[in-house]
Design a protein around this ligand. Structure first.
Ligand code: NAD
Ligand code: DAU
Length: 351
C-alpha cells in the first residue's frame, strides 16, 4: 500500500472521463489515478493511449454493479477519493432500454456508495465521494430562466430519471451515513472523443460523409454547450475545494437552438473542407421528434464562479472550430468507433 493520494475514477474510458483522467494524471504526478471502466460500447481505451504508460495511472476493467469486484478493488487500492462518472449516458438509448439505465446509473451508484461506505467506515476524514451528474435532472425550461442548485428535480426521460435517482441516493448517504459526498450537475459537453451518437460528433461525421443531418422535431430545442476540458477542470476544482454535502451547477453560458448550431457546424465544415458556402446546409433533414424531448436547458453557474472561481475558458465559436478540426484530423479514431474496431484495442493491449 502506498501513501499516495489514490483516486478511483469510474467511467474513465468514456468521453468526459477520459479528459478527466488525462488532466489528473498529468497535473498530479504524486497521485495514483485508477480508471475503472466496464468498456461498454461507450468506453474506448484508445481515448487514453497518450497516458496509458504513465507511472501514476492504472486501468481496471470491471462493472460498478458487481459488489465483490468493487470490494476487492477498494481493498487493493485503499482509495482516498472516488470520482464517479460511469453511466449509461445517451437519452435516446434510455427511451429504448430504460432498465439498463436503472441497472448502471441507479444500482451501480448505490453499490459504489455501499462499498465506499464500508471501506471508509470509521475514518471518513479526508475522503471524498464525488458524483458527476447532469442538468437534465431539473427538467425542461421555457424561453426564460435558468437552473440553479435549488431548482426542484423534475426528470422527464428514463436517463434523467435514473440520474436524478442516483443523485438522491448520494445525498441520502451524506445525510444518513455522513458519507463525505459532493455532486455537480453539468450542461451538454462537446469536444474530442465524444461518441458519434451525440448531436455534435454525429453531425460532423454526417457532414464529412455528405449524409443527411437528422434534426429532431422543429429544431428549436435549446442546449447550453460546454467545452469538455472546462468540465474536467471544474471537476478537479470541486474535488479539491468543493464543500462536502454541496451541489455545484456547471454550465457554458452558451445557449444554442439545435438548428442554429447545426447551421454553424455546416458553415465551419464547409470552410474547413473547402466546400462552397451553404453546401452542407442542404443536407439538413427534419426527422421525427424524440419522445418527451426537453425543450430547453440553461445553467446558472454563479455558485461555482463565486465560491470556487471557475469559469468556462473558451467560447463556443473557438471550441467548436477546434472540435470540428479534431474530428477531421482524427478520422481514424472516428472510423475505429464507427466500425467497432476500437473494441479490439483492449484485447490487443491487455491480452
Ligand atoms: P460516456 O457514455 O461517454 O461514458 C460512460 C463510461 O462509463 C464509458 O466508458 C462506459 O464504458 C462506462 N460504463 C458504463 N457502464 C459501466 C459500468 N456498469 N461499470 C463501469 N463502467 C461503466 O458518458 P459521458 O458523456 O462521458 O458522461 C460521463 C458522466 O457525466 C455520466 O455520468 C453522465 O451522466 C455525466 N454527464 C454527461 C454530460 C454530457 O454532455 N456528456 C453532461 C453532464 C453530465
Ligand atoms: O444536458 C446534459 C446531457 O447532455 C447529458 O447528461 C447527456 O449524457 C448527454 O447525452 C446530453 O443529452 P442531450 O439529449 O441534450 O444530448 P444529445 O446530443 O443526444 O442531443 C442534443 C440535442 O440535439 C437534443 O435536443 C436532441 C437533438 N438531436 C440529437 C441527435 C442525436 C437531434 O436533433 N438530432 C440527433 O440526431
Amino acid at each position: 500500500m502506498s501513501n499516495k493520494h489514490t483516486i478511483l475514477v469510474t467511467g474513465g474510458a468514456g468521453f468526459i472521463g477520459s479528459h478527466l483522467v488525462r488532466l489528473l494524471v498529468q497535473k498530479y504526478p504524486d497521485y495514483h489515478i485508477v480508471n475503472l471502466d466496464a468498456l461498454t460500447y461507450a468506453g474506448n481505451l484508445a481515448n487514453l493511449t497518450d497516458i496509458e504508460e504513465a507511472p501514476n495511472y492504472s486501468f481496471e476493467r470491471g462493472d460498478i454493479t458487481q459488489q465483490a469486484f468493487m470490494q476487492d478493488l477498494f481493498r487493493k487500492y485503499d482509495f482516498d477519493g472516488v470520482i464517479h462518472l460511469a453511466a449509461e449516458s445517451h437519452v435516446d438509448r434510455s427511451i429504448t432500454n430504460p432498465l439498463e439505465f436503472v441497472e448502471t446509473n441507479v444500482l451501480g451508484t448505490v453499490n459504489l456508495l455501499n462499498v465506499a461506505k464500508e471501506a471508509w467506515k470509521g475514518q471518513p476524514e479526508g475522503k471524498r465521494f464525488y458524483h458527476v451528474s447532469t442538468d437534465e435532472v431539473y427538467g425542461s425550461l421555457g424561453e426564460e430562466g435558468f437552473f440553479t442548485e435549488e431548482t426542484p428535480y423534475d426528470p422527464r426521460s428514463p436517463y434523467s430519471a435514473s440520474k436524478a435517482s442516483s443523485d438522491h441516493f448520494v445525498r441520502a448517504y451524506f445525510h444518513t451515513y455522513q458519507l463525505p459526498v459532493v455532486i455537480s450537475n453539468c450542461s451538454n459537453n462537446y469536444g474530442p472523443y465524444q461518441f458519434p451518437e451525440k448531436l455534435i460528433p454525429l453531425m460532423i461525421n454526417n457532414i464529412r460523409e455528405n449524409r443527411p443531418l437528422p434534426v429532431y422535431g422543429d429544431g428549436k430545442y435549446t442546449r447550453d454547450w460546454l467545452w469538455v476540458k472546462d468540465h474536467a477542470a471544474a471537476i478537479d476544482l470541486i474535488y479539491h475545494q468543493g464543500q462536502t454535502g454541496e451541489t455545484y451547477n456547471i454550465g457554458g453560458n452558451n445557449e444554442w437552438k439545435n438548428i442554429d448550431l447545426v447551421h454553424k457546424l455546416c458553415d465551419i465544415l464547409d470552410e474547413l473542407l473547402g466546400r462552397p458556402t451553404g453546401a452542407s446546409r442542404q443536407l439538413i433533414t427534419f426527422v421525427r421528434d424524440r419522445p418527451g424531448h426537453d425543450r430547453r436547458y440553461a445553467i446558472d453557474a454563479s455558485k461555482i464562479r463565486d465560491e470556487l472561481g471557475w469559469e468556462p475558458s473558451i467560447q463556443f465559436e473557438e471550441g467548436f472550430r477546434q472540435t470540428a478540426q479534431w474530428y477531421l484530423d482524427n478520422a481514424g479514431w472516428l472510423q475505429g468507433v464507427l466500425s467497432g474496431a476500437y473494441r479490439e484495442y483492449y484485447a490487443k493491449q491487455y491480452s
